[in-house]
Design a binder for this molecule. Sequence first.
Ligand code: NAP
Length: 516
Amino acid sequence: MTELLANHVAGRWQHGTGPGTELRDPVLGTALVRVDATGLNLPEAFAFAREQGGAALRAATYRERAAMLGAVAKVLQAHRDSYYDIATANSGTVKTDSAVDIDGGIFTLGQYAKWGDALGDVRVLRDGDAVRLGKEPVFQSQHLQVPRPGVALCINAFNFPAWGLWEKAAPALLSGMPVIVKPGTSTAWLTQRMVQDVVNAGVLPAGALSIIAGSSAGLMDALQPFDVVSFTGSAETAGVVRAHPAVAQRSVRANIEADSLNAALLMADAAPGSAAFDLLVREVVREMTVKSGQKCTAIRRILVPSTLYAAVAEAVSAQLASVVVGNPRNPEVRMGSLVSRAQFDGVQAGIAALAAHTDVLHDGRTCPLVDADPAVAACVGPVLLGARDADRASIVHDVEVFGPVATLLPYNDLPHALAVAQRGQGSLVTSLYGADEKALAQAAIALAASNGRVHVVTPAVATAHTGHGNVMPMSLHGGPGRAGGGAELGGLRALDFYHQRSAVQASPEVLAALGC
Ligand code: NAP
C-alpha cells in the first residue's frame, strides 16, 4: 500500500478514513501516494481557520504579514529540490516545466512579500481620499478596505499544484484571510508537501493555512457569507461552483478562472524572414510544448494573414518536428507527459474532434517516445491543426483541448482577425506579433475588452518579453466571459478580492483617527 497523505485542518494533521485515491506517475504508471478527505469534520475545519487563523492574521499589520510571506518563500526555497522530484514523478514534467510551477510560485510569494512590506504597519487600507458630503467640509466620506472576516477556500486545477497554491494564498494571507486549499487530486502531492513544510516550519499562525486533499464533497456547503471561494478549473465545474447556494444565495464572493481559447495574432506586416514572423513561430512552439500544453494561457488558435498560412504552417511544423517527447528523466527529452492517462484519453478525443473539422498539419504522435512505453505513458506529441476557413471552423473557437495542440487560422484583414479572436468569447490572453507600433497599439485596445491580458511582441522586446503564457504577478490574470470573468494578481489589485470596501461617513476628526 502506498503512503496516505495527511490533510491539515483544525490545526492538526488528519488522515481521511477511506481507502483514498491513488496518485500515479504518468510516465511509468506506478502508484506514488494516496489522498483522502473522507470523514473530516469540515464545519470544525472551517471554523478553526476563520476564528483562530483569521484572528491571528488580522491582529498583524500588512508589513508583519508580508514578513510571513517572505518566511514562507524561504522555507520553500530550502526544500526546492524535493519539489522538483515530486513534479517529475507526479506531473511528468521536464525540469524547465517544473520550474514554471515551482519557481513561479516562490517568485509570486516574494513579490507579494515586497509589495506588502510597502503597505506599512497598518491594519486598514485607505481607499482614495476623503470627500466632503455637503457644502462645508465638516462631514466627509472615506472609503476603506478591511480584511474580510472569513476564510478563503482555494480550489485549484491539476496543472499548477505549486503556483496555483501560492498565487492565491499570497494575496489572501497578505490581506489577512486564512486559506484552505483543495488541490486538483491527480497532482495533489506537491501542494500537500509544500503546505506540510510551511506548517511544520511554524512560520504562519495556527489555522492560517490548511489543506484538504481528496474529494471536494462538502467544501462549498461549509462556506458562510464573509468567506470567499477562489476557483480554477474547467468551465463545467465553474458552473457548479457558481450555482451553489453558498454563492447564489449566501453571496459568498467567488472568483472563477476557467478554460480559455487564447490566440496569437501575426500582423500583416510580418513577412516570412522578418523578426516578428520568427518571434510568432518561436512563441507558438513554446506555448504548445511547455507543460505539454497544459496551461490555461497556452496558445490554442494561431491567426495569420491568409497569404502567410502556408509559410507559418511549414515553419511551426519544422520546429515541432525537433521536439523530443518522453520520459522527463532522460536529458534529451524536451517535453514530458500529460498528468494522467485520463488526460491522455481526453486530449486524444479532443484532437479527434478538432481533426474532424480541420487539416492535420503536423502530427507529433507518430514520432517514437524516448524512454517511455506508449501503452503506459501519458505522452502526446505536439499536433498542429489548420482550418482554411476560420469562420466556419466553429469547433476550434469552442473546444479547449488541454494538451500540446493548436490550430492555424487564416484571416483576410485586421478587422476580420480581431473578430475571429473574439470568437473565443472572452480569453485570458491574446498575443500580437508585428513591427508597426501604431497598428499594434490599436489592435491591443480593440482586444482589451475581451482579454484579461494583451501581450505585444515587437522585435525590440524579442529577448525582454516575458512570454505569451507566463503569468507575471505584476499583471492581471483572468479574463471575461468564457475565461471565467475572474481577476487575480495584477500587483496589489489582487487584495481587493479578499477585502471588504466600506465607506465611513464622519467628521474629519473621526476620519483622522482611523489610523490608516
Ligand atoms: P476541474 O476538473 O474543473 O477541477 C478543478 C478543481 O475543482 C479540482 O480541484 C477538482 O477536484 C475540483 N472540483 C471538482 N468538482 C467540484 C465540485 N463539484 N465542487 C467544487 N470543486 C470541485 O479542472 P481540472 O481538470 O483540474 O483543470 C483543467 C482545467 O482548468 C482546464 O480547462 C484549464 O483551462 C483550467 N485552468 C484554468 C486556469 C486559469 O487560471 N484560468 C488555470 C489552470 C487551469 P478534483 O481534482 O478532486 O476533481
